[in-house]
Design a protein around this ligand. Structure first.
Ligand SMILES: [Zn+2]
Ligand SMILES: [Zn+2]
Length: 951
């Protein structure tokens, strides 16, 4: 029986479908105690990747485990639908470059395209997940673009507004030029910082009132220079005045004095002496600068100035930098905002007007060269933030955006986070760290496909938030009919106008859409009926378990879940939050389409099969990145093959009719049987405890250790004789019963991890009266009275002795098949237990065991022992030939032999044992018949030709 995973998996998928196994499972647990899993929505924007498959394996594994324990569950999958990620893909599809292209195309058809894309990929992902073996109520998946979900967020935002937490603020925010929108701080993860080479410029600004003296200043963002209003220095660090050959005096940080070669230091002083000095601006001739500049350019003191890069004199442009904007409030500096929504220079910037900020470096340099203030220009490599969707570099822009204030809820949020069990435990620390340092939540985006923020703003200064569709209808004074039958998306919802609650003017919705993490954060409420079926919601909220990849989620989904749950109910959304790391390639590097090291889910499934992937995912420590690849998969396959071979072993020696009788009362007379059953019960206990703690890695490593080291390498290995050459039919039956019992329970333990393989094995072991599927079994319980710790300890010693003795043999290059006279072992507490000593004797292949001070192997080989070894070698080769021809153990064969005369003699002399042990009907010297298989073997230095034929 070949272990062809894809083939097995497809057959089992059909079996499940044809027999409604999942439905039967749900029915079995209906109305029993609940276990509430809440699915974090997958973005339905592309086919799923092998990294999604990791998380989905966990989700499926724990749901299956809880189902076997009898818990009722919702089995609801979620799709994340709205947001920039979908827009960017649709823009690519349509060949769009900027927002203008979208507006030209029409917002309505564009939004429809986004919906279509989501529907398309939600179907693809559903099929892929089914292929992965994931059991979900697929017809009941939730979509964050649903009316239900969007209106739920409206209700949440209204609550925020009523609590005074919602406001419109001016701030300098990260902004993507291409996407034309602000990027919230939450969305910029460490991996969004890329090594980028920028042009850095050193320039000199004349100090007013000091002849021939200049501040030496440095920047990597030349486009912000027209907005310069001040220079910042450190009050504590030391600065110098330094003169060059041309008698120009520069002011800069002392430890940067090398920037002025052969300079002569005139004066050294602390930075605070520079406070308030004035200088001549670079672009004072621009009309926009003239208009906005309220006071003269001057030096300010700022504690964040360091001596690490630049000159220690920092260019400050409050219209283009976050900290700069803060400083403008503190020092009452002018704010010169250079750009519009398309990141082009505003009117009044003369030679720059209408130019994209990303394209003006040369113009600026040229202008400054003319003014003779360029000191030098060079390439500068640094880490710089990029857009998480389109990977373009971000700039910083002064804009009006909408925020949820996080000052008041900060402490309650942290208290709620502490009530959650975080796995791995460092999750709590990371979440608290974020909550402690986060700024207000920027929730608006100047885009098209997303939650329509239900904010209505009036020129009188009033703004109001609408909390539901019904409320909007009630307040509508225009456009309701045009909107009524549409989803609450742009552009339809924008038709509706309401009356300002303060001044009565007709007002519109602000055009912004919402941050997508609002969409995902509301799901413990929207999908569980918080707004329309509180009874149901109370049954399932909070979730017992959620599971997502943690890079990013502390700032994103976990965060939005906690915020929304705290604002609405002042409680935690889930009892346990389980996070796992990232999937990397086999070298540990990030997978990228462009790098050529990405592996697609569909390819992986066809090449590897689902089960080795699921096993790889299950046994991984979730705190560490998973190195995924075909090499790693081969290793896993080899392990699984060991399990499969144990199963095949049973089926080789026991036929279908016999199997039926195996499922009966056990008798455990044999010591090995007692041992493996004891081990099994310990395993059940260990796996159960681990899975109760959501520790799939420790559960699977225990299972793996069991099926490789205990079952295959010891139990079956040492029980072969009972199957192959039993002293009585009863002996074989007894052994078979135990192996059957162990395998059946083992595959129950494995079934949440590898639902296909376990089912395949089960269906072959199943007989009348047993459940239809392994997945309809109850989770096995460990039986204490079957555990024999003493025996297990003794077996550990037995195996240690064997390992030592075999190592000794290997050192001396004596094959295990060569019987030896005696093994002397140290005195043990099982000196009198023949069965244990026999295990050692057989495994080490010695005639006798004696006791002494230490382990010692008698390696003298008498001629009798040598002959026995040769016979064993010949028997083994006959058996290998049998295997090669696919003969069953009960098939009798004829063996022909010819070759070295001494070997021929030995065979003839030992005919009886060869006939018996290799199940041979007769031995024929020479043999001219046509044989099924043959080979020439080497025994010691001599050769003999063997051939076999079925008789
Ligand atoms: Zn972008
Ligand atoms: Zn008004």
């Amino acid at each position: 029986m070949e272990l062809n995973f894809p083939l097995i998996e497809k057959n089992i998928l059909k079996f499940w479908k044809d027999n409604d196994i999942f439905k039967k499972l749900r029915k079995k647990n209906q109305d029993k105690e609940r276990w509430s899993f809440l699915d974090g929505p997958i973005t339905a924007n592309n086919p799923m990747g092998v990294h999604h498959a990791w998380g989905r394996t966990y989700k499926d594994l724990f749901q299956r485990y809880k189902a076997m324990q009898g818990f009722d569950q919702r089995f609801q999958n979620g799709f994340d639908c709205q947001g920039l990620w979908v827009e960017v893909e649709v823009e690519k599809e349509l060949g769009f470059k900027t927002k203008k292209d979208i507006e030209k195309y029409g917002i309505a058809p564009f939004v429809e395209k986004c919906k279509e894309r989501v529907i398309k990929y939600s179907k693809v992902q559903t099929e892929q997940s089914i292929r992965l073996g994931q059991w979900m109520d697929w017809d009941n998946s939730y979509y964050t673009m649903s009316d239900e979900n969007n209106y739920a967020i409206w209700s949440f935002l209204k609550t925020c507004w009523q609590k005074g937490m919602l406001y419109k603020g001016k701030d300098v925010v990260p902004w993507c030029i291409r996407c034309g929108t602000a990027i919230s701080e939450h969305e910029i993860l460490t991996e969004e910082y890329k090594e980028i080479i920028h042009k850095a410029i050193y320039f000199k600004l004349p100090v007013i009132g000091k002849k021939n003296t200049f501040f030496l200043v440095w920047t990597t963002t030349p486009w912000t220079l027209p907005s310069n209003v001040a220079l910042a220095v450190s009050s504590k660090l030391d600065y110098v005045e330094i003169e060059n050959k041309n008698k120009e005096v520069f002011i800069l940080l002392e430890n940067k004095k090398d920037l002025i070669p052969e300079g002569k230091i005139l004066k050294k002083f602390p930075g605070k002496e520079l406070d308030g000095l004035e200088y001549k601006g670079m672009f004072d001739e621009l009309s926009a600068v003239k208009k906005s500049l309220k006071s003269k350019h001057k030096v300010i003191l700022w504690k964040d100035v360091t001596g690490e890069e630049g000159t220690g004199i920092v260019h400050i442009a409050p219209g283009c930098g976050k900290e700069d904007f803060q400083l403008s409030k503190e020092f009452n500096l002018s704010v010169i905002n250079p750009t519009d929504d398309e990141s082009r220079y505003n009117k009044g910037f003369d030679f720059l007007e209408g130019k994209l900020v990303a394209e003006v470096n040369d113009l600026i340099f040229e202008n400054l060269e003319k003014k003779k203030i360029v000191y030098k220009i060079e390439d500068y490599k640094h880490r710089y933030p990029t857009c998480w969707r389109c990977k373009e570099e971000l700039i910083f822009r002064l804009v009006d955006e909408w925020y949820i204030s996080m000052e008041k809820p900060r402490k309650p949020l942290m208290e709620v986070a502490e009530k959650i069990k975080w796995i791995p435990s460092f999750g709590l620390e990371r979440e608290l760290d974020w909550l402690k340092n986060m700024q207000d939540w920027l929730i608006s985006k100047k885009r098209y496909w997303g939650l329509s923020l239900p904010i209505y703003e009036c020129s009188c200064g009033n703004f109001e938030v609408i909390g539901s569709k019904e409320e909007l209808e009630e307040r509508a004074v225009e456009g309701w009919e045009e909107f009524e039958n549409h989803s609450p998306h742009r552009p339809w919802v924008d038709k509706v106008k309401i009356k300002c609650g303060k001044c009565g003017k007709k007002i519109s919705r602000i055009l912004d859409v919402g941050n997508p993490w609002l969409d995902a954060g509301i799901v413990p409420f929207s999908t569980m009926g918080y707004f329309n079926n509180k009874e149901y919601w109370k049954k399932w909220f909070p979730a017992d378990f959620i599971c997502e990849s943690f890079p990013g989620q502390f700032k994103n989904w976990f965060y939005s879940l906690i915020v929304m749950s705290t604002v609405l109910e002042d409680t935690f959304p889930a009892k346990t939050i389980f996070g796992y790391a990232s999937v990397r390639d086999e070298k540990g590097e990030e997978m990228h389409k462009s790098k050529g090291n990405a592996i697609w889910f569909d390819d992986a499934v066809e090449k590897i099969g689902v089960e080795p992937m699921r096993w790889m995912y299950g046994r991984q420590n979730p705190a560490l990145n998973l190195k995924f690849g075909y090499g790693a998969a081969e290793e896993i396959k080899r392990k699984l093959l060991t399990l499969w071979n144990s199963f095949v072993f049973l089926l080789t020696y026991v036929n279908k009719e016999e199997i039926i009788s195996l499922n009966s009362q056990l008798s455990r007379n044999n010591l090995l049987d007692k041992w493996i059953v004891s081990k099994l019960n310990n395993l059940i206990e260990k796996v159960t405890k681990s899975l109760d703690k959501y520790n799939a890695a420790s559960a699977s490593s225990a299972i793996e250790d069991f099926f490789i080291n205990d079952l295959s390498l010891w139990y079956i290995r040492r029980s072969r004789k009972r199957f192959q050459k039993p002293d009585s039919p009863e002996e074989k039956k007894e052994a078979a019963k135990i192996l059957y019992f162990v395998l059946l329970n083992l595959i129950k333990l494995i079934s949440p991890f590898m639902p296909f393989l376990s089912e395949e094995m089960y269906l072959k072991l199943k007989s009348e009266g047993m459940p239809e599927s392994i997945h309809l079994y109850d989770w096995p319980k460990s039986e204490k009275e079957l555990v024999d710790e003493k025996l297990e300890e003794k077996m550990v010693k037995v195996r240690e002795i064997v390992t030592l003795a075999l190592t000794e043999r290997a050192k001396l290059a004596i094959k295990v098949r060569q019987p030896l006279k005696e093994l002397i072992i140290a005195d043990t507490d099982f000196k009198k237990e023949k069965e244990l000593l026999d295990l050692i004797k057989e495994e080490v292949n010695v005639k006798k065991i004696s006791f002494g001070k230490e382990l010692k192997l008698d390696t003298k080989i008498s001629s009798a022992l040598k002959e026995e070894g040769m016979v064993r070698e010949i028997i083994r080769n006959i058996q290998e030939l049998r295997k090669k021809t696919g003969l069953k153990p009960e098939d009798k064969i004829l063996v022909g032999y010819s070759g070295d005369s001494e070997l021929e003699k030995i065979i003839y002399k030992n005919k009886k044992s060869v006939l018996e042990e290799a199940r041979v009907k007769d031995l024929i010297k020479g043999g001219k018949e046509t044989f099924d298989a043959e080979k020439t073997i080497k025994v010691g230095e001599k050769e003999i030709h063997l051939a076999i034929k079925k008789n």
